[in-house]
Design a binder for this molecule. Sequence first.
Ligand code: ATP
Ligand code: MG
Length: 480
Amino acid sequence: MEEMEFTDVVSAPVPPTGTPEQLLRNETDRIRADVLRFTQDMRDATRRLNDTMAQLALREEELARVNERLVDVDQAKTTFVSNIAHEFRNPLQLMLGPLEDGLARAASGVGVQREMLELAHRNALRLLKLVASLRDFSRVDSRQAEATYRPIDLGRFTAELTGQFESACAHCGLALVSDCPPMDEPTYVDPEMWEKIVFNLLSNAFKYTFTGTIRVAVGKADGGTELVVQDTGIGIAADDIGHIFERFYRVKGARGRSIEGSGIGLALTHDLVALHGGSIDVASTPGAGSSFRVRIPLGTAHLPADRISAAPEVTPTAAGAKEYVAEILSWEGHQEEAAEAKTVPGGGEERAAPPVGGQRLRILVAEDNRDMRAYAVRLLEGAGYDVRAVGDGEAALAAAREEPPPDLILIDIVMPKLDGVALLRALRSSPKTEGVLAILVSVRAGADARIQGLDAGADDYIVKPFSSAELLARIAATIR
Ligand code: ATP
Ligand code: MG
């Protein structure tokens, strides 16, 4: 204690000296200087604050202008998409008419011409469906959806819609169970929208189910009408399930009958259900299957009064179904792989590719898109090659290991089961197949994709779309 007091005394400042008047003057001067400094600081701070406020006001104006422009741009985007969809639709429909005529006339004949017509027809239909989704989407987006809600027996209507998928399912060995009895009370829906809801869910169930059953059921539940579309397909992992209703979301690496798709279907379905005041949810077990459930309230209290019509008039538009059914039928090509994966005799001698040791060169085409595959086979056969085609990477690997091995493999990068790059790696890592020539085919242009392909051991790389002349030239150059 004593030590501390001692230390305090030693460290204390020397007290000021002078007369009391002097001391007072000094103190007054010091305070005046302080006040002056403080006033100056305040003035500076106020000036800075004023500057900042002025800038803020400017920014606010700018922001308002940008916002206005964004609204304009958004509007322009919607109009643009809607216009494009419209502009695409007409020429497509003009194409479809003559194509269907030609198909009818060619019905008796067989051969290339008919195949070509079918190919063009199927793809025109697919484009038409894409355009239709794009259009629906831009409409839902801008809330322009001009729905007309009509009192409809959803049991009967849904059964009719489900019926359109019967032959496709039968063809693929899938059971289709329709549990949609007539209902004693109508549900208010926009028939066209309901059709899209059912078709999207059904086409997904079909796309992601390889064996088993698709079940469609309609019934009453919780004061509303419930639609359940259930499959025994690949299922959806917990990490993905929260995202599948998002626009453009597709489960990575999902195995389906087709890898085609844009991830629009469920997002659109979700929006259409919302336009009915309803809800959609899903339960799924990976490897076991998925079940999508849509609920629509009964009555009309939840709907805008000016969009309700008393007339039921249910007419399932065959055209709408046609787009979906044609699309899923084009996926069925995968079921025919076995039949297609045969050696087919080549074309005329005069166009024959240079024989090696007196034999025609063997080309294996690994391509999952049925139309693309048929196109490549026809082209290469015509050029005198001995062609074999398969629809996925695993089948390609198996075919490459058979005797005699192919001289060259044309590999599509995006394929189910085993993608092109993985297939190439597998080929290169086995002494039996490491020497086979390989050309990668992809839609991805750009140096990166090219380097990745060549890195994996490709002899060449070709980007879709390519002309037939380009493909033949590349193959000839690679062989040389
Ligand atoms: P689109 O419908 O635009 O042609 P898509 O079918 O891939 O393409 P969505 O219908 O939106 O797109 O589905 C999104 C994703 O959800 C799919 O890519 C798929 O991975 C997954 N999915 C949807 N339905 C099922 C199902 N029944 N079983 C398993 N996975 C499904
Ligand atoms: Mg879909």
